[in-house]
Design a protein around this ligand. Structure first.
Ligand code: BJW
Length: 225
């Protein structure tokens, strides 16, 4: 059966009101990556990191899926082939829009993770420093997200999907963060047709067979329908 593999990034949630990372005024213009998105930053100042993710958890809880999330869920429902959605996003807007089986390669704001024993549980709206792990009681609860220098989640399943892809689409991602930035090459090697949908051409745009420019809420429904 034909398989469509879709990789999404922060740009698909931008029109739902969630900030991207690298656009002008984005999250990385306001926060130092080393401070809030590395294990070393968390070890240095866990309170700062919790404040950063607590604020984003509140914003994400208030956000609604947009026409691009809805269109991908529709594609999954209606297209007579397998449609796999891999997201780098830590929000749950694909699921809220009705998508199934979404692969969260950079984790999710909804999750808490014990840095000591690896136990996972549902994050409270506000995480605090020193919160005990429900499994081992260590005071090492952290957001269940993937920081720089850590291994993204579900990589074996992702590479299996890319190896079987007939179509690969990257939506709203700048192509600056690996390993996601290299998925287009994996898909190409599997013989997939590759397409980028973005507001502006990404760093790796020249690697794609086709580039469709425009806001996700317009470009994605047009591509799907
Ligand atoms: C719109 C739009 C609209 C706007 N409509 N579009 C040197 C060379 C190569 C690699 C490395 C290197 N040094 C270090 C590395 C590895 C490192 C890395 O990639 N660093 C680079 C900076 C160079 N990567 C890692 O450490 C990763 N782990 C790893 O590599 O493990 C080893 C390994 C090896 C081999 C195989 C497998 C593993 C981990 C990376 C973790 C990234 N974590 C973050 C934070 C997650 C939690 C959180 O959300 O806070 O993930 S960083 C941040 O960037 C977040 C995102 O998921 C990720 C990607 O960002 P994204 O989604 O692309 O957003 P933006 O803002 O960059 O782009 C937005 C796009 O949308 C733009 O293109 C806009 O045009 C567009 N847009 N509005 C359509 N309305």
């Amino acid at each position: 059966m034909e398989k469509i593999v879709i990789l999404t990034g922060a740009g698909i949630s931008a029109e739902s009101g969630l900030g991207t990372f690298r656009d002008e005024g984005g999250l990385w213009a306001q926060h130092r990556i080393e401070d809030v998105a590395t294990p070393e930053g968390f070890a240095r100042d866990p309170a700062l990191v919790h404040r950063f993710y607590n604020a984003r958890r509140v914003q994400a809880a208030e956000a609604q899926p947009n026409a691009a999330h809805d269109a991908l869920a529709r594609l999954q429902r209606d297209w007579p082939s397998e449609v796999v959605i891999i997201t780098q996003n830590v929000d749950n807007l694909h699921e809220a829009g009705g998508a199934q089986g979404v692969i969260h390669m950079h984790g999710t704001l909804a999750g808490a993770l014990c840095a000591a024993c690896g136990h996972r549980w549902t994050a409270p709206p506000e995480m605090a420093v020193g919160e005990p792990c429900p499994a081992c009681a260590a005071p090492t609860a952290r957001p269940d997200v993937v920081w720089f220098g850590e291994m993204p989640y579900h990589m074996d399943a992702i590479y299996d999907h890319l190896a079987g892809a007939s179509i690969f689409a990257a939506i709203g991602t700048s192509g600056q963060v690996y390993p996601a930035a290299a998925f287009v090459h994996e898909a190409m090697m599997s013989g997939a047709r590759t397409v980028e949908l973005n507001l502006e051409p990404s760093t790796g745009a020249s690697s794609f067979d086709e580039v469709i420019l425009g806001p996700a809420t317009e470009a994605v429904p047009r591509w799907v329908d």
